[in-house]
Ligand binder design. Structure first.
Ligand code: NAI
Length: 353
């Protein structure tokens, strides 16, 4: 039922990729190129089934279309997943090279970048095989985008905190961060420097200990952090965190984090949050900083312009939250915001890179 699933979400292309010699199984999903070539990360993950891998890549790539549109970028939306045979299968150069060759076959329709499980080193392994890749270090295509993602998350969080009536400063607020990896750690750094108290949870105990030592953070278990008393809940691990089952357990007044697909059912869970007066900063708007950086470099923006656009996430979130006052949820307000931009359209622009 792949085509039916594509039709339901509006996907243009899905490419299934297997290279037995290199041990690669991957799916590349191009959701939309309406606004331009589609930039999106590669997620390297162990899924229990092929259906789960497909669902994830279809969902994530659709989100990228909205993310690029909401950030007012001349880019479409795509994503890919590498289906690891086991949780501990390490990345190899052979696998990265094979993945790059599949990306290259799409001729620039898809520009690959990092996501969970894929490092700058992996992108550097890919770069000699295709120019349609961003985020490496050695080949100087932008490096790790997570610092820009983190800055955007904090900018959007600022709008959320103000909308919730918690003031214009983080000092005196408690932020609960679920996942202190690339994005979550940098969010913690900024919030700590601005005087917020931190509560952190991570499945990696070493990261929790480091946050306790460096930021004086308190810790909670990954299972408990969602219902911990705090002002802001900041999901920065994987998505699917808030659902109809646990949305009522949230004690934060604001949800603002870097994770993609924070709500299990965005329409239903978004409405539950609104009914409980929880200010939800829509994921695909607030976590667009890394995309703005990489797409910006691809489009030839200056660093100053990239920074301006990342800071602008605060204004976008503020506008969406105001719109949400007369809509069923902030998620729906964000979708409407992105759709307005998609409807305006723009012809496929020649990309740099
Ligand atoms: P990462 O892999 O560096 O960090 C994720 C962290 O979450 C790790 O410390 C991991 O141990 C922890 N974690 C995993 N499962 C957990 C659980 N159940 N409970 C608590 N902690 C858990 O990934 P990164 O790059 O920081 O990305 C985090 C999220 O932000 C992902 O959802 C990603 O898709 C999203 N994102 C990342 C961007 C980037 O620039 N890196 C851009 C936009 C979105």
């Amino acid at each position: 039922m792949v085509i039916e699933s594509m039709k339901a979400r509006g996907h243009e292309n899905v490419l299934f990729c297997v290279d037995g010699g290199a041990g690669l199984r991957a799916i590349i999903a191009v959701h939309s190129t309406r606004l331009g070539p589609a930039l999106g990360g590669i997620r390297r993950w162990h899924y229990a089934t092929e259906t789960q891998a497909l669902d994830d890549v279809l969902r994530l790539s659709e989100g990228m279309t909205y993310k690029a549109a909401a950030a007012d970028l001349p880019m479409g939306g795509a994503k890919s997943v590498i289906w690891k045979p086991a949780t501990d299968t390490p990345p190899t150069q052979n696998e990265a090279v094979a993945m790059a060759r599949f990306v290259d076959r799409l001729g620039g329709l898809y520009i690959a970048a990092e996501d969970v499980g894929v490092t700058s080193q992996y992108i550097d392994w890919m770069a000699p095989e295709t120019r349609h890749v961003m985020g490496g270090v050695a080949s100087n295509t932008g490096g790790d985008p997570s610092p820009w993602t983190a800055r955007g998350v904090v900018a959007g969080m600022r709008a959320g905190v103000a909308h919730a009536g918690l003031g214009a400063k983080f000092k005196g607020l408690t932020v609960a961060i679920r996942g202190v990896g690339a994005v979550g750690w940098k969010v913690a750094e900024i919030l700590h420097s601005e005087g917020a108290a931190l509560l952190v949870a991570d499945i990696d105990p070493a990261r929790v200990r480091k946050a306790e030592a460096q930021f004086g953070a308190k810790s909670a278990s990954p299972a408990d952090i969602l219902s911990a008393p705090c002002d802001v809940f900041c999901p920065c691990a994987l998505g699917g965190v808030i659902s109809g089952r646990n949305a009522r357990d949230l004690r934060a007044k604001v949800v603002a984090g870097g994770a993609n697909n924070v709500l299990v059912d965005p329409v239903e869970d978004g409405a539950i949050l609104k009914s409980r007066a929880v200010v939800y900063c829509p994921d695909f708007v607030i976590n667009g900083g890394g995309l703005i950086r990489l797409a910006g470099l691809w489009c030839g923006f200056s660093e100053a312009e990239i920074d301006r656009r990342v800071r602008n996430i605060e204004k976008s979130v503020a506008t969406i939250l105001r719109d949400a006052d007369r809509l069923p949820s902030a998620h729906e307000a964000a979708v409407a915001y992105a759709e307005k931009r998609l409807a305006a359209g723009r012809p496929l622009e020649p990309a740099g890179g």
